[in-house]
Design a protein around this ligand. Structure first.
Ligand SMILES: Cc1cc2nc3c(=O)[nH]c(=O)nc-3n(C[C@H](O)[C@H](O)[C@H](O)COP(=O)(O)OP(=O)(O)OC[C@H]3O[C@@H](n4cnc5c(N)ncnc54)[C@H](O)[C@@H]3O)c2cc1C
Length: 400
Protein backbone atom coordinates (compact mmCIF):
# COMPACT_ATOMS: atom_id res chain seq x y z
CA UNK A 1 0.00 0.00 0.00
CA UNK A 2 1.24 3.51 0.75
CA UNK A 3 3.43 3.26 3.80
CA UNK A 4 5.79 0.50 2.83
CA UNK A 5 9.01 2.38 3.57
CA UNK A 6 8.22 3.53 7.09
CA UNK A 7 5.24 1.60 8.20
CA UNK A 8 4.79 -1.63 6.27
CA UNK A 9 5.72 -3.97 9.07
CA UNK A 10 4.06 -1.92 11.76
CA UNK A 11 0.84 -1.78 9.74
CA UNK A 12 0.86 -5.55 9.36
CA UNK A 13 1.49 -6.12 13.07
CA UNK A 14 -1.26 -3.69 13.98
CA UNK A 15 -3.68 -5.37 11.58
CA UNK A 16 -2.90 -8.77 13.09
CA UNK A 17 -3.34 -7.45 16.62
CA UNK A 18 -6.65 -5.79 15.80
CA UNK A 19 -7.90 -8.91 14.03
CA UNK A 20 -7.02 -11.09 17.02
CA UNK A 21 -8.05 -8.85 19.93
CA UNK A 22 -10.52 -6.20 18.77
CA UNK A 23 -12.45 -7.60 15.78
CA UNK A 24 -14.06 -10.37 17.82
CA UNK A 25 -15.40 -7.98 20.49
CA UNK A 26 -16.09 -4.74 18.63
CA UNK A 27 -19.75 -5.29 17.80
CA UNK A 28 -20.69 -5.74 21.44
CA UNK A 29 -18.12 -3.30 22.82
CA UNK A 30 -19.32 -0.40 20.68
CA UNK A 31 -22.91 -0.49 21.91
CA UNK A 32 -22.29 1.66 25.01
CA UNK A 33 -19.77 4.35 26.03
CA UNK A 34 -16.56 2.81 27.34
CA UNK A 35 -16.20 2.54 31.08
CA UNK A 36 -12.84 3.34 32.60
CA UNK A 37 -12.01 -0.37 32.89
CA UNK A 38 -12.98 -1.03 29.27
CA UNK A 39 -10.95 1.94 28.05
CA UNK A 40 -7.89 0.61 29.86
CA UNK A 41 -8.49 -2.93 28.63
CA UNK A 42 -8.78 -2.00 24.94
CA UNK A 43 -6.09 0.66 24.86
CA UNK A 44 -3.97 -1.87 26.78
CA UNK A 45 -4.14 -4.07 23.68
CA UNK A 46 -2.63 -1.25 21.60
CA UNK A 47 0.13 -0.73 24.15
CA UNK A 48 1.46 -4.12 23.04
CA UNK A 49 2.69 -2.21 19.97
CA UNK A 50 3.83 0.86 21.92
CA UNK A 51 0.76 2.83 20.98
CA UNK A 52 -0.26 4.85 24.03
CA UNK A 53 0.47 7.82 26.25
CA UNK A 54 3.16 6.83 28.68
CA UNK A 55 6.04 9.29 28.07
CA UNK A 56 8.00 6.72 26.05
CA UNK A 57 5.05 5.55 24.00
CA UNK A 58 3.78 9.05 23.32
CA UNK A 59 7.01 9.77 21.51
CA UNK A 60 6.59 6.62 19.41
CA UNK A 61 2.94 7.27 18.72
CA UNK A 62 2.72 11.05 18.24
CA UNK A 63 6.38 11.68 17.55
CA UNK A 64 6.26 9.53 14.43
CA UNK A 65 3.52 10.97 12.27
CA UNK A 66 3.59 8.02 9.87
CA UNK A 67 2.74 5.77 12.77
CA UNK A 68 0.09 8.16 14.01
CA UNK A 69 -1.60 8.10 10.59
CA UNK A 70 -1.40 4.32 10.34
CA UNK A 71 -2.91 3.93 13.81
CA UNK A 72 -5.69 6.36 12.96
CA UNK A 73 -6.54 4.56 9.74
CA UNK A 74 -6.14 0.95 10.84
CA UNK A 75 -7.80 1.23 14.25
CA UNK A 76 -10.70 3.12 12.64
CA UNK A 77 -11.04 0.42 9.99
CA UNK A 78 -11.96 -1.88 12.86
CA UNK A 79 -13.29 0.41 15.62
CA UNK A 80 -13.44 4.20 15.13
CA UNK A 81 -14.51 4.79 18.74
CA UNK A 82 -11.33 3.20 20.02
CA UNK A 83 -9.22 5.47 17.84
CA UNK A 84 -11.04 8.56 19.12
CA UNK A 85 -10.85 7.51 22.76
CA UNK A 86 -7.13 6.87 22.42
CA UNK A 87 -6.35 10.02 20.48
CA UNK A 88 -8.42 12.29 22.74
CA UNK A 89 -6.47 11.03 25.74
CA UNK A 90 -3.38 12.95 24.57
CA UNK A 91 -3.60 15.80 27.18
CA UNK A 92 -2.43 13.28 29.77
CA UNK A 93 1.11 13.81 28.42
CA UNK A 94 1.21 17.20 30.16
CA UNK A 95 0.99 15.57 33.60
CA UNK A 96 4.71 14.94 33.42
CA UNK A 97 5.55 18.64 33.74
CA UNK A 98 2.48 19.79 35.66
CA UNK A 99 2.23 21.18 39.23
CA UNK A 100 3.48 18.90 41.99
CA UNK A 101 0.08 17.78 43.35
CA UNK A 102 -0.96 16.70 39.85
CA UNK A 103 2.27 14.83 39.31
CA UNK A 104 1.97 13.15 42.70
CA UNK A 105 -1.58 12.06 41.95
CA UNK A 106 -1.09 10.82 38.40
CA UNK A 107 2.54 10.33 37.39
CA UNK A 108 2.56 6.62 38.24
CA UNK A 109 -0.58 6.05 36.19
CA UNK A 110 0.94 8.01 33.33
CA UNK A 111 4.12 5.93 33.40
CA UNK A 112 1.97 2.80 33.31
CA UNK A 113 0.07 4.20 30.31
CA UNK A 114 -3.12 4.29 32.38
CA UNK A 115 -3.78 7.99 32.80
CA UNK A 116 -6.88 8.93 30.78
CA UNK A 117 -7.04 12.43 29.33
CA UNK A 118 -9.50 14.65 27.51
CA UNK A 119 -9.54 17.99 25.69
CA UNK A 120 -12.36 20.34 26.71
CA UNK A 121 -12.96 23.09 24.16
CA UNK A 122 -16.67 23.03 23.26
CA UNK A 123 -19.24 24.92 25.29
CA UNK A 124 -23.03 24.58 25.39
CA UNK A 125 -23.41 28.04 23.82
CA UNK A 126 -21.83 26.79 20.58
CA UNK A 127 -18.76 24.83 19.60
CA UNK A 128 -17.86 26.44 16.30
CA UNK A 129 -16.71 29.69 17.83
CA UNK A 130 -13.66 28.71 19.86
CA UNK A 131 -12.01 32.14 19.84
CA UNK A 132 -13.53 33.52 23.04
CA UNK A 133 -14.54 30.85 25.57
CA UNK A 134 -17.18 31.64 28.18
CA UNK A 135 -15.33 29.48 30.68
CA UNK A 136 -13.16 31.80 32.75
CA UNK A 137 -10.02 31.28 34.80
CA UNK A 138 -9.72 33.88 37.56
CA UNK A 139 -6.37 34.24 39.30
CA UNK A 140 -6.59 33.87 43.09
CA UNK A 141 -3.21 33.80 44.84
CA UNK A 142 -1.17 31.01 43.30
CA UNK A 143 -4.21 29.28 41.87
CA UNK A 144 -6.72 29.74 39.07
CA UNK A 145 -10.42 29.34 39.76
CA UNK A 146 -12.30 27.83 36.83
CA UNK A 147 -15.94 28.56 36.21
CA UNK A 148 -17.88 27.35 33.19
CA UNK A 149 -19.39 24.45 31.29
CA UNK A 150 -18.15 22.23 28.49
CA UNK A 151 -19.90 19.58 26.48
CA UNK A 152 -19.28 16.80 24.02
CA UNK A 153 -15.85 16.21 25.55
CA UNK A 154 -14.53 12.76 24.56
CA UNK A 155 -13.45 10.65 27.58
CA UNK A 156 -14.57 13.36 30.06
CA UNK A 157 -16.63 11.04 32.32
CA UNK A 158 -13.74 8.58 32.66
CA UNK A 159 -10.83 11.03 32.50
CA UNK A 160 -8.15 11.50 35.14
CA UNK A 161 -7.11 14.77 33.65
CA UNK A 162 -8.65 17.41 31.37
CA UNK A 163 -7.02 20.13 29.32
CA UNK A 164 -9.59 22.90 29.54
CA UNK A 165 -9.71 25.92 27.24
CA UNK A 166 -10.63 29.03 29.24
CA UNK A 167 -10.34 32.77 29.15
CA UNK A 168 -7.58 33.90 31.48
CA UNK A 169 -9.14 37.05 32.96
CA UNK A 170 -5.91 38.53 34.28
CA UNK A 171 -3.95 38.15 31.02
CA UNK A 172 -7.13 38.81 28.96
CA UNK A 173 -6.24 35.94 26.68
CA UNK A 174 -7.22 32.39 25.93
CA UNK A 175 -5.16 29.65 27.55
CA UNK A 176 -5.51 26.01 28.50
CA UNK A 177 -5.53 24.62 32.02
CA UNK A 178 -4.69 21.10 33.12
CA UNK A 179 -7.31 20.00 35.64
CA UNK A 180 -6.81 16.69 37.37
CA UNK A 181 -9.75 14.79 38.79
CA UNK A 182 -8.07 13.59 42.05
CA UNK A 183 -6.98 17.00 43.37
CA UNK A 184 -9.28 19.40 41.49
CA UNK A 185 -12.47 17.34 41.13
CA UNK A 186 -14.91 18.29 38.38
CA UNK A 187 -18.38 16.97 37.60
CA UNK A 188 -19.27 15.13 34.40
CA UNK A 189 -22.28 13.60 32.74
CA UNK A 190 -22.25 11.06 29.87
CA UNK A 191 -24.01 12.07 26.62
CA UNK A 192 -25.64 9.62 24.19
CA UNK A 193 -25.33 10.05 20.43
CA UNK A 194 -25.83 8.55 16.94
CA UNK A 195 -22.40 7.08 16.27
CA UNK A 196 -18.96 6.64 17.86
CA UNK A 197 -21.04 4.91 20.52
CA UNK A 198 -18.00 3.61 22.35
CA UNK A 199 -16.57 7.05 23.01
CA UNK A 200 -17.63 8.33 26.40
CA UNK A 201 -18.50 11.94 25.51
CA UNK A 202 -19.61 14.09 28.37
CA UNK A 203 -20.67 17.39 29.77
CA UNK A 204 -18.34 19.01 32.28
CA UNK A 205 -19.15 21.47 35.04
CA UNK A 206 -16.49 23.70 36.55
CA UNK A 207 -18.05 25.52 39.43
CA UNK A 208 -15.14 27.21 41.15
CA UNK A 209 -12.66 24.39 40.53
CA UNK A 210 -9.24 25.45 41.83
CA UNK A 211 -6.15 24.68 39.77
CA UNK A 212 -2.50 25.41 40.67
CA UNK A 213 -1.03 28.23 38.58
CA UNK A 214 1.64 25.83 37.39
CA UNK A 215 -1.11 23.92 35.57
CA UNK A 216 -1.73 26.73 33.12
CA UNK A 217 -0.42 25.23 29.87
CA UNK A 218 1.83 28.17 29.07
CA UNK A 219 3.35 27.77 32.57
CA UNK A 220 3.73 24.00 32.15
CA UNK A 221 5.68 24.57 28.96
CA UNK A 222 7.65 27.54 30.31
CA UNK A 223 8.59 25.76 33.57
CA UNK A 224 9.65 22.61 31.77
CA UNK A 225 11.85 24.56 29.35
CA UNK A 226 13.45 26.38 32.30
CA UNK A 227 14.18 23.03 33.94
CA UNK A 228 16.07 22.05 30.79
CA UNK A 229 13.49 19.83 29.09
CA UNK A 230 13.44 20.01 25.33
CA UNK A 231 10.26 20.65 23.43
CA UNK A 232 9.85 17.02 22.32
CA UNK A 233 9.85 15.93 25.94
CA UNK A 234 7.04 18.34 26.78
CA UNK A 235 4.89 17.96 23.68
CA UNK A 236 5.84 14.67 22.02
CA UNK A 237 5.50 15.84 18.43
CA UNK A 238 8.33 15.87 15.87
CA UNK A 239 10.33 19.11 15.93
CA UNK A 240 8.71 20.51 12.79
CA UNK A 241 5.25 20.15 14.32
CA UNK A 242 6.32 21.57 17.69
CA UNK A 243 7.43 24.64 15.77
CA UNK A 244 3.83 25.19 14.66
CA UNK A 245 2.89 25.63 18.31
CA UNK A 246 5.09 28.71 18.42
CA UNK A 247 4.15 30.05 14.99
CA UNK A 248 0.39 29.56 15.27
CA UNK A 249 -1.97 29.61 18.22
CA UNK A 250 -1.46 26.42 20.28
CA UNK A 251 -5.09 25.45 19.72
CA UNK A 252 -4.79 25.89 15.95
CA UNK A 253 -1.65 23.75 15.85
CA UNK A 254 -3.43 21.12 17.94
CA UNK A 255 -6.36 21.13 15.54
CA UNK A 256 -4.06 20.82 12.48
CA UNK A 257 -2.71 17.67 14.06
CA UNK A 258 -6.06 16.25 15.14
CA UNK A 259 -7.79 17.05 11.84
CA UNK A 260 -5.11 15.20 9.92
CA UNK A 261 -5.73 12.23 12.21
CA UNK A 262 -9.48 12.55 11.58
CA UNK A 263 -8.87 12.41 7.82
CA UNK A 264 -7.07 9.09 8.15
CA UNK A 265 -9.87 7.94 10.39
CA UNK A 266 -12.38 8.64 7.60
CA UNK A 267 -10.13 6.67 5.23
CA UNK A 268 -10.18 3.70 7.64
CA UNK A 269 -13.99 3.74 7.88
CA UNK A 270 -14.29 3.91 4.08
CA UNK A 271 -11.82 1.06 3.63
CA UNK A 272 -13.88 -1.16 5.92
CA UNK A 273 -17.08 -0.31 4.07
CA UNK A 274 -15.45 -0.85 0.68
CA UNK A 275 -14.03 -4.25 1.66
CA UNK A 276 -17.42 -5.48 2.84
CA UNK A 277 -19.24 -4.14 -0.22
CA UNK A 278 -16.77 -5.82 -2.57
CA UNK A 279 -17.21 -9.15 -0.81
CA UNK A 280 -20.97 -8.86 -0.77
CA UNK A 281 -21.41 -8.25 -4.51
CA UNK A 282 -19.89 -11.70 -5.10
CA UNK A 283 -21.98 -13.42 -2.42
CA UNK A 284 -25.45 -12.05 -2.93
CA UNK A 285 -27.47 -13.29 -5.89
CA UNK A 286 -30.64 -11.78 -7.33
CA UNK A 287 -32.34 -12.60 -10.64
CA UNK A 288 -30.18 -15.74 -10.76
CA UNK A 289 -26.79 -14.00 -10.79
CA UNK A 290 -24.42 -12.21 -8.37
CA UNK A 291 -25.46 -8.59 -7.82
CA UNK A 292 -21.91 -7.60 -8.87
CA UNK A 293 -22.89 -8.34 -12.46
CA UNK A 294 -25.22 -5.35 -12.47
CA UNK A 295 -23.84 -2.13 -13.91
CA UNK A 296 -25.51 0.02 -11.25
CA UNK A 297 -23.89 -2.03 -8.50
CA UNK A 298 -20.50 -1.69 -10.19
CA UNK A 299 -21.09 2.06 -10.33
CA UNK A 300 -21.49 2.05 -6.56
CA UNK A 301 -18.17 0.24 -6.14
CA UNK A 302 -16.58 2.83 -8.43
CA UNK A 303 -17.95 5.67 -6.32
CA UNK A 304 -16.88 4.14 -3.00
CA UNK A 305 -13.37 3.49 -4.29
CA UNK A 306 -13.17 6.98 -5.82
CA UNK A 307 -14.13 8.55 -2.48
CA UNK A 308 -11.73 6.30 -0.59
CA UNK A 309 -8.71 6.87 -2.83
CA UNK A 310 -9.12 10.64 -3.27
CA UNK A 311 -9.46 10.89 0.50
CA UNK A 312 -6.38 8.76 1.05
CA UNK A 313 -4.28 10.94 -1.25
CA UNK A 314 -5.49 14.21 0.23
CA UNK A 315 -4.90 12.93 3.78
CA UNK A 316 -1.45 11.86 2.73
CA UNK A 317 -0.69 15.34 1.39
CA UNK A 318 -1.93 16.99 4.59
CA UNK A 319 0.30 14.63 6.56
CA UNK A 320 3.35 15.48 4.48
CA UNK A 321 2.83 19.21 5.12
CA UNK A 322 2.38 18.58 8.83
CA UNK A 323 5.55 16.50 8.93
CA UNK A 324 7.47 19.39 7.42
CA UNK A 325 5.87 21.95 9.76
CA UNK A 326 4.78 23.72 6.58
CA UNK A 327 2.63 26.77 7.24
CA UNK A 328 0.03 25.33 4.84
CA UNK A 329 -0.56 22.48 7.31
CA UNK A 330 -3.57 24.28 8.78
CA UNK A 331 -5.18 24.86 5.38
CA UNK A 332 -4.65 21.30 4.19
CA UNK A 333 -5.67 19.63 7.44
CA UNK A 334 -8.97 21.51 7.25
CA UNK A 335 -9.37 20.75 3.55
CA UNK A 336 -8.66 17.08 4.22
CA UNK A 337 -10.88 16.80 7.30
CA UNK A 338 -13.77 18.56 5.60
CA UNK A 339 -13.48 16.55 2.39
CA UNK A 340 -12.81 13.09 3.79
CA UNK A 341 -15.56 13.32 6.42
CA UNK A 342 -18.17 14.14 3.80
CA UNK A 343 -16.85 11.44 1.47
CA UNK A 344 -17.03 8.89 4.28
CA UNK A 345 -20.75 9.59 4.66
CA UNK A 346 -21.27 9.07 0.91
CA UNK A 347 -19.09 5.97 0.75
CA UNK A 348 -20.68 4.23 3.74
CA UNK A 349 -24.14 5.11 2.43
CA UNK A 350 -23.27 3.49 -0.91
CA UNK A 351 -21.86 0.42 0.82
CA UNK A 352 -25.00 0.16 2.91
CA UNK A 353 -27.16 0.46 -0.21
CA UNK A 354 -25.19 -2.33 -1.91
CA UNK A 355 -26.19 -4.57 1.02
CA UNK A 356 -29.90 -3.86 0.65
CA UNK A 357 -31.88 -4.76 3.78
CA UNK A 358 -28.89 -6.60 5.22
CA UNK A 359 -27.14 -3.23 5.50
CA UNK A 360 -29.77 -1.96 7.91
CA UNK A 361 -29.58 -4.90 10.33
CA UNK A 362 -27.92 -3.91 13.56
CA UNK A 363 -26.26 -7.35 13.69
CA UNK A 364 -24.17 -6.30 10.62
CA UNK A 365 -21.53 -3.61 10.57
CA UNK A 366 -22.71 -1.50 7.68
CA UNK A 367 -25.12 0.54 9.76
CA UNK A 368 -22.35 1.22 12.28
CA UNK A 369 -20.02 2.39 9.53
CA UNK A 370 -22.72 4.74 8.30
CA UNK A 371 -23.46 6.05 11.81
CA UNK A 372 -19.76 6.47 12.60
CA UNK A 373 -19.15 8.28 9.29
CA UNK A 374 -22.08 10.61 9.94
CA UNK A 375 -20.44 11.78 13.16
CA UNK A 376 -17.20 12.63 11.33
CA UNK A 377 -18.58 15.87 9.87
CA UNK A 378 -19.07 17.58 13.26
CA UNK A 379 -16.18 17.24 15.79
CA UNK A 380 -12.92 19.16 15.43
CA UNK A 381 -14.90 21.72 13.45
CA UNK A 382 -17.91 21.11 11.22
CA UNK A 383 -17.48 20.88 7.45
CA UNK A 384 -18.76 24.45 7.20
CA UNK A 385 -16.08 25.64 9.61
CA UNK A 386 -13.39 23.75 7.65
CA UNK A 387 -14.51 25.63 4.53
CA UNK A 388 -14.20 28.94 6.36
CA UNK A 389 -10.73 28.08 7.66
CA UNK A 390 -9.59 27.18 4.15
CA UNK A 391 -11.10 30.45 2.90
CA UNK A 392 -9.30 32.42 5.58
CA UNK A 393 -5.98 30.72 4.94
CA UNK A 394 -6.32 31.37 1.20
CA UNK A 395 -7.44 34.99 1.34
CA UNK A 396 -6.20 36.22 4.70
CA UNK A 397 -9.79 37.40 5.20
CA UNK A 398 -11.99 35.88 7.89
CA UNK A 399 -15.61 35.06 7.04
CA UNK A 400 -16.35 33.86 10.56
C1 LIG B 1 -19.09 12.97 18.75
C2 LIG B 1 -18.50 14.28 19.11
C3 LIG B 1 -17.27 14.32 19.75
C4 LIG B 1 -16.75 15.55 20.15
N1 LIG B 1 -15.59 15.58 20.89
C5 LIG B 1 -15.19 16.76 21.43
C6 LIG B 1 -14.09 16.80 22.33
O1 LIG B 1 -13.44 15.79 22.64
N2 LIG B 1 -13.75 18.01 22.87
C7 LIG B 1 -14.44 19.14 22.57
O2 LIG B 1 -14.10 20.19 23.09
N3 LIG B 1 -15.48 19.14 21.70
C8 LIG B 1 -15.87 17.97 21.12
N4 LIG B 1 -16.95 17.94 20.28
C9 LIG B 1 -17.63 19.18 19.94
C10 LIG B 1 -17.49 19.60 18.49
O3 LIG B 1 -16.18 20.09 18.26
C11 LIG B 1 -18.59 20.62 18.20
O4 LIG B 1 -19.82 19.93 18.25
C12 LIG B 1 -18.40 21.26 16.85
O5 LIG B 1 -17.28 22.11 16.84
C13 LIG B 1 -19.63 22.08 16.44
O6 LIG B 1 -20.09 22.87 17.48
P1 LIG B 1 -21.63 22.84 17.87
O7 LIG B 1 -22.05 21.43 17.97
O8 LIG B 1 -21.83 23.69 19.05
O9 LIG B 1 -22.37 23.46 16.63
P2 LIG B 1 -22.65 25.02 16.40
O10 LIG B 1 -21.42 25.80 16.58
O11 LIG B 1 -23.85 25.39 17.20
O12 LIG B 1 -23.05 25.01 14.86
C14 LIG B 1 -24.38 24.65 14.41
C15 LIG B 1 -24.38 24.71 12.88
O13 LIG B 1 -24.10 26.04 12.43
C16 LIG B 1 -22.99 26.03 11.56
N5 LIG B 1 -22.21 27.24 11.79
C17 LIG B 1 -21.81 27.77 12.98
N6 LIG B 1 -21.13 28.89 12.78
C18 LIG B 1 -21.08 29.09 11.43
C19 LIG B 1 -20.51 30.08 10.59
N7 LIG B 1 -19.83 31.12 11.08
N8 LIG B 1 -20.68 29.96 9.25
C20 LIG B 1 -21.35 28.91 8.73
N9 LIG B 1 -21.91 27.94 9.47
C21 LIG B 1 -21.77 28.02 10.81
C22 LIG B 1 -22.20 24.77 11.89
O14 LIG B 1 -21.43 24.33 10.80
C23 LIG B 1 -23.33 23.81 12.23
O15 LIG B 1 -23.85 23.29 11.02
C24 LIG B 1 -17.45 16.74 19.85
C25 LIG B 1 -18.67 16.67 19.16
C26 LIG B 1 -19.19 15.48 18.79
C27 LIG B 1 -20.54 15.45 18.11
Amino acid sequence: MYYDEDGGEFREELRDLLAAEIEPVVDEADREPLTREEFLEYTGVLRELDVGFSPEMAREYFGNLERFAIVSEEVSRVWPSLNVALQMSFPSVFVRHAAEPTREALLDDLQAGECIGCLAVTEPEGGSDTARPNTVARKDGDEYVLKGKKEWVGNAPIADVALVVAHDEEADTQDMFLVDQPTSPFETETMDKLGWKGVNNGKMHFDGVRVPEDNRLSNIVGNALMEGADMQEIVPFPEAVSQLFFEQKALNATFSFMRTGMSFMAVGIMQAAFDEALDYVHERETFGKPIGENQLVQEKLYEILRDLETSRHLSRHALELLKRGDDRARLYSSLAKGYTSERSVDATYNALQVHGGEGLKTENRLERYYRDASVMTIPDGTTEIQKLIVGKELTDMSAY
